[in-house]
Write a new protein. Sequence first.
Length: 112
Amino acid sequence: MGYAKSYLHQVVKVKIERPLGTKHPSYDFIYELNYGFIPGTIAPDGKEIDAYVLGITEPIDEFEGVCIAIIHRTNDNDDKVVIAPKWEEYSDEEIKRLTDFQEKFFESEIVR
């Protein structure tokens, strides 16, 4: 989790690779949030750090916001950062509910 924790409370840019409403390329679910990555970063899986974008209700290509939390997967080495518009707050329960479409397949905890 150390690699993602440095982004907490920081403003970051996210490149969206799976816009809101699109289907996962391998699994049978629809993205209920815009989902992408922080360009120029490297996570333990060798890819960029993945990011959920909260608070945007239409598909987008990129976004700049604040990292408000980390979803630390306790049974996987691919933690996710949670990005929101500046000044928007979400409780742990709201984050869990909003990301459940994908995170229900993993054990995780919210880190602030």
